[in-house]
Design a protein around this ligand. Structure first.
Ligand SMILES: Cc1cc2nc3c(=O)[nH]c(=O)nc-3n(C[C@H](O)[C@H](O)[C@H](O)COP(=O)(O)OP(=O)(O)OC[C@H]3O[C@@H](n4cnc5c(N)ncnc54)[C@H](O)[C@@H]3O)c2cc1C
Length: 454
C-alpha cells in the first residue's frame, strides 16, 4: 500500500489551496489529492458559462499549481476512511496510507424532493461538476421558458445570465419578499431585486413553487402557491447547498447542527491527524460566535491557507477566527457587496448598532468617463465605534471596497481610526480626496454617536 505524508480528499478551491500551501512550506512532503472528476470548474464562474463566457471550457479550474510543486493527483472517489489505521480507500478498491488526512469534500446541492414533480425530466440543479454543467449547457441551448427556483446569489446570477440570451424567457421564484435576502440588508436586497427585474428576469417574490407539473415525464409548467401556473421547458432549482460529509461521518467524525465537520480555528478535527477545510467544515460567525451556514470560496481558501501553513506545526499563530461573510455580485451592471453584520443578523444576535450612509462618484470630477455612483453603508457599534458590517453598491470598485471594510471588521477598526485613514486618490481611479466614501460614512457615524451621547 502506497504511503503519503498527506492525503487531501477533494480538488475544489479548499483542496487545491491546502495542497499548494503545504507543498510551498514543506517541499519534501508527499501529498496525494483525490478528486472525483478529471476536469474541474471555477465554481463562482458557473453562472457566466451561460452568457458572458458562453462556454464551459472557458471556466476550467484544476490542481496544476499543486502538480507543478510535486503533488500527485488521482481521479477517483474516496469511499471509506479508516481513521484508526490511517487508511483511505477509493472506489476502484485501491488503498492509501496517510500520516495526515484533509477533508476538502465541499458541498453539494440540496435536492428539491420536498416539491412534487422534482423528479421530472428537465428539472436541473447548479452542480459544481464539469460533466453535469456541460450537459446542462447543451440542454438549455434550445429551451425557451426557463424557471429558476431560489433567489439567493447563485440562482439570481444564473437567471440574470440566462436572461441575456434574447431567445429565452426567464422567470425566477423566490419565497422571501426580496432576492439576496440572506446576504444583504433589507434595502440592498430590494435594490438587487429591482436590478434583476430590469435585467429581463420575471421575478416572482413572496411565493413558492408548489408543484412542478409535466406531461409524459417531462416538465411543462410550475404551479405557484397562489395557483398561478408558469410555462416551463426547464426548471433549475437553486435552493441551497449542504456540506458533503458522508465519508467523514461514516469514519466517525462529528458534525455540527449545520451538518459540517466540527473543527477548531486551525481546521483540526477531534482526531489529531485529521483536518477539514472549506464548505465541508464548520464555520462560526466572527461577531456572533455562533454556528453559521456561510459557504464561500473566499472563506474556503482563507481556511485552506491557514491550514496549509500550520499542518506540520503552528507557524502562523493567527488562526481562522470566524466567518465575516463577505459577498459580492453584479446584476444588470450594478455591483453590490456586503460584509459582516446587517439588521437581519444583528437584531437576532442582540448586537447594538447604528448605521451611516454616504454616496459619491467613484471618479473625479464625476464627468470623467466611466464614473459611477458609489454608496457605502456602515454598521457601527455605538459603544466603542468599531465597524461591525458594511455594504457597498454602485460601480465596480464596490468589489474591492468591501474587502477594505472586511479588513476593518476583522481588525476591529473604529470609526475614530477610519477618520485618520490615509488614502491615495486619482481622477481615473477613485472618488475625490474630498469625498472618500468609507471615511465620509465613518464621519457621519461619528456624528450620530456624538448626538446619542449629548
Ligand atoms: C454557482 C456558484 C457560484 C458561486 N459564486 C461564489 C462567489 O462569487 N464567491 C464565493 O466566494 N463563493 C461562491 N460560491 C461558493 C463556492 O463555490 C464554494 O464555497 C467553494 O466551491 C467551496 O470550495 P470547497 O473546495 O470547500 O468545496 P467544493 O468546491 O465543493 O469542492 C469539493 C470537491 O471535493 C470533491 N469530493 C467530494 N467528495 C469526494 C470524495 N468522496 N472523493 C473525492 N473527491 C470528493 C468534489 O467532487 C469537489 O470537487 C459559488 C458557488 C456556486 C455553486
Amino acid at each position: 500500500m502506497k504511503k503519503y505524508d498527506v492525503v487531501i480528499i477533494g480538488a475544489g478551491p479548499a483542496g487545491i489551496i491546502t495542497g499548494v500551501t503545504v507543498l510551498k512550506q514543506n517541499p519534501d512532503k508527499s501529498i496525494l489529492m483525490v478528486r472525483e472528476e478529471e476536469k474541474g470548474l471555477v465554481p463562482c464562474g458557473i453562472p457566466y458559462i451561460f452568457h458572458n463566457l458562453n462556454s464551459v471550457d472557458e471556466n476550467i479550474m484544476g490542481p496544476k499549481a499543486f502538480i507543478d510543486l510535486g503533488g500527485e493527483v488521482i481521479t477517483n472517489s474516496v469511499v471509506d476512511v479508516n481513521i484508526k489505521d490511517k487508511i483511505v480507500k477509493v472506489q476502484s478498491g485501491e488503498q492509501f496510507f496517510y500520516k495526515k488526512l484533509v477533508f476538502a469534500t465541499g458541498s453539494k446541492v440540496i435536492v428539491a424532493n420536498f416539491v412534487p414533480g422534482y423528479d421530472l425530466k428537465n428539472v436541473f440543479y447548479i452542480k459544481k461538476s464539469y460533466k453535469y454543467i456541460n450537459n446542462l449547457f447543451k440542454e438549455l441551448k434550445d429551451k425557451k421558458n426557463i424557471i429558476v427556483v431560489g433567489g439567493g446569489f447563485i440562482g439570481a446570477e444564473m437567471a440574470e445570465q440566462l436572461a441575456m440570451n434574447t431567445d429565452k424567457n426567464i422567470s425566477l421564484i423566490e419565497s422571501e419578499k426580496f432576492c439576496f435576502s440572506k446576504a444583504f440588508s433589507h434595502r440592498l436586497s430590494e435594490i438587487a431585486t429591482e436590478e434583476l427585474n430590469k435585467s429581463n428576469v420575471n421575478v416572482h417574490t413572496s411565493t413558492l413553487v408548489k408543484e412542478v407539473l409535466g406531461k409524459n415525464g417531462l416538465v411543462d409548467r410550475v404551479r405557484l402557491q397562489n395557483n398561478e401556473e408558469i410555462k416551463a421547458d426547464a426548471v433549475i432549482f437553486a435552493v441551497g447547498y449542504k456540506p458533503s460529509v458522508e465519508v467523514a461521518t461514516k469514519s466517525g467524525l462529528q458534525t455540527n447542527m449545520a451538518g459540517a465537520i466540527i473543527v477548531d480555528n486551525y481546521g483540526r478535527t477531534l482526531d489529531e491527524n485529521v483536518y477539514a477545510v472549506g464548505d465541508c467544515s464548520q464555520t462560526l460567525g466572527f461577531l456572533t460566535g455562533r454556528c453559521d451556514y456561510i459557504m464561500l470560496a473566499s472563506t474556503a481558501t482563507a481556511e485552506a491557507r491557514i491550514l496549509g501553513y500550520n499542518l506540520f506545526g503552528i507557524k502562523i499563530k493567527t488562526s481562522f477566527i470566524g466567518t465575516i461573510g463577505i459577498f459580492s455580485t453584479k446584476i444588470n451592471g450594478l455591483a453590490m457587496a456586503a460584509a459582516g453584520l446587517n439588521e437581519r443578523s444583528a437584531i437576532p444576535s442582540n448586537i447594538n448598532f447604528i448605521t451611516s450612509q454616504f454616496s459619491a462618484f467613484d471618479r473625479h470630477p464625476s464627468s470623467i468617463k466611466d464614473s459611477s455612483s458609489l454608496t457605502v453603508k456602515l454598521y457601527v457599534s455605538p459603544s466603542d465605534g468599531s465597524i461591525l458590517g458594511g455594504e457597498v453598491w454602485g460601480g465596480d470598485s464596490a468589489g474591492e471596497m468591501i474587502n477594505i471594510i472586511g479588513l476593518a471588521i476583522q481588525k476591529e477598526v473604529t470609526i475614530y481610526e477610519l477618520i485618520s485613514f490615509q488614502i491615495g486618490t486619482h481622477p481615473l481611479l477613485t472618488s475625490a480626496p474630498t469625498m472618500p466614501v468609507i471615511i465620509k460614512a465613518a464621519e457621519l457615524a461619528l456624528s450620530k454617536i456624538q448626538s446619542l451621547k449629548n
